[in-house]
Design a protein around this ligand. Structure first.
Ligand code: KG4
Ligand code: ZN
Length: 345
C-alpha cells in the first residue's frame, strides 16, 4: 500500500509517499523559515500564500517515481486555518482525480506515528508532543485512542524557546539556535525555576520565560530595558554568558518536560514513552529523556530529528494504520488555531 501524506499546518509545505507503513519512498519539505525570520514568528497570511505557491510542485516532486497511490492523506488540524485549507483542497482534488480514498489526519497523531519509522510502537504508550504550537502529554491504549492528560496553559515549549532566543538576539527559529549555543554553556550558571506543578499534568512555560527576561533586565539593565526590543550598543551578555543563559534556560525547561512525562509513564504503567514534535529534535532533551528512561525502566522512542519537525511521512503513516484497521481517530480537545502570539508586542 502506497500512501501520499500532505502536511501544511504551519510553515512547512510537505508531502511524502510511504510504502506499507515501513518504507519512505519520497519525502519533500519546502520550509518557509526564511520568509518568517524577520517577523520572529510565523505570519499566517504569508504562510498561506507560500503554501499555495509551493503545494503543487511539492506534491509533484513527492509523486515523481513513487508509483501508483492507494490513498491520499492530509493534516486536518490543529494548525493555522489558511495553511490547513491549502493542504486540504490539494488533497481532496488529487484524491478525486485519481480515484483513491482521502484520509484526514490529526496532526498530533502524526507526530506519534512518526516514531514508527524508527521502531515498533508498543501500546499502551505515553506520548509527549512538543513543538512551536503544542506541549501535550497523552496516554494511548491503542492506535486511534488517545486521552490528553495535560497540555500547556500558556506558551508551548517551542514557543518559549523562540521567545527567549528573540530576547537574546539569536534569531528565528529559536530552538535550534539555543540548542547549539547551550552546548558551550554551563547549565548551572543561573538557577531558573522549574515549573513542575505536581498537582496537574498541565505545563506552563510563561513564568520561566519571564524569569529569563527579569534576570537579563537586572543584570544588563540598559540593554534589556525595552524587554524584547533589546537596545543595540548597550552592554549585554558576552558570548559565554549567552551560552550559559541558553544552557540554564534549556535545562529548566527540559527537566520539567522529562520529569512530567516519566511521571505519567510510571503512573499509567505504559510500555513506552514516545516523544515527537519539533522540540523533540533537541539534543539535550533526547539525551535527558533516554538517560531518565534507562534509570526508570521506561523504553523511550524518539524519532530522528528529520521526523520530529513537521513532514508528510508522519501523516501518511497514520493513514496506513487507519486504512488497514478501518479505525477513526477519536482525538478531541484540539484547538483549531495554533497560537504564535508575539511576546511583549
Ligand atoms: O513541529 P514543528 O516543526 O512545527 C510546529 O508544529 O510548531 O516545531 C517547530 C518548533 C519551533 O518552535 C522550533 O524552535 C522548535 O520546534 N525546535 C527546537 C529544535 N528544533 C526545532 N527546539 C529546541 N531544540 C531544537 N533542536
Ligand atoms: Zn508539528
Amino acid at each position: 500500500m502506497r500512501v501520499l501524506g500532505i502536511e501544511t499546518s504551519c510553515d512547512e509545505t510537505a508531502a511524502a509517499v510511504v510504502e506499507n507503513g515501513k518504507r519512505v519512498v519520497t519525502n519533500v519539505v519546502a520550509t518557509q523559515l526564511a520568509l518568517h525570520r524577520r517577523f520572529n514568528g510565523v505570519v499566517q497570511e504569508l504562510a498561506s500564500r507560500a503554501h499555495l505557491q509551493k503545494i503543487a510542485d511539492v506534491i509533484e516532486e513527492a509523486r515523481a517515481g513513487a508509483g501508483a497511490l492507494d490513498a491520499v492523506a492530509y493534516t486536518r488540524g490543529p494548525g493555522l486555518m489558511g495553511p490547513l485549507l491549502v493542504g486540504k483542497v490539494a488533497a481532496q482534488t488529487l484524491a478525486a482525480m485519481i480515484g483513491v480514498p482521502l484520509v484526514p489526519v490529526h496532526h498530533l497523531e502524526g507526530h506519534i506515528f512518526a516514531a514508527e519509522l524508527c521502531g515498533e510502537l508498543k501500546f499502551p504508550l505515553a506520548a509527549l508532543i512538543v513543538s512551536g504550537g503544542h506541549t501535550d502529554l497523552l496516554i494511548s491504549p491503542g492506535p486511534g485512542r488517545y486521552k490528553v492528560l495535560g497540555r500547556t496553559r500558556d506558551d508551548a515549549a517551542g514557543e518559549a524557546y523562540d521567545k527567549v532566543a528573540r530576547l537574546l538576539g539569536l534569531g528565528f527559529p529559536g530552538g535550534p539556535a539555543i540548542d547549539r549555543r547551550a552546548k558551550e554553556g554551563d547549565a548551572k550558571a543561573v538557577d531558573f525555576p522549574r515549573p513542575l506543578m505536581p498537582e496537574t499534568w498541565d505545563f506552563s512555560f510563561a513564568g520561566l520565560k519571564t524569569s529569563v527576561l527579569y534576570h537579563v533586565q537586572k543584570r544588563w539593565p540598559k540593554r534589556f530595558a525595552g524587554g524584547l526590543k533589546a537596545r543595540e550598543g548597550e552592554d549585554g551578555p558576552t558570548p559565554q554568558e549567552t551560552a550559559d543563559l541558553c544552557a540554564s534556560f534549556q535545562e529548566a525547561l527540559i527537566e520539567t518536560l522529562v520529569w512530567k512525562a516519566m511521571r505519567a509513564a510510571k503512573k499509567y504503567g505504559v510500555r513506552q514513552l514516545v516523544i515527537g514534535g519539533g522540540v523533540a529534535a533537541n539534543s539535550r532533551l533526547r539525551q535527558a529523556a533516554a538517560a531518565r528512561g534507562l534509570q526508570e525502566g521506561v523504553e523511550v522512542l524518539q524519532p530522528p530529528p528529520w521526523l520530529c519537525t513537521d513532514n508528510g511521512v508522519m501523516i501518511a503513516q497514520v493513514a496506513v494504520h487507519r486504512l488497514s484497521r478501518r479505525r477513526v481517530s477519536r482525538l478531541t480537545r484540539c484547538d483549531p488555531a495554533m497560537p504564535f502570539s508575539n511576546w511583549g508586542a
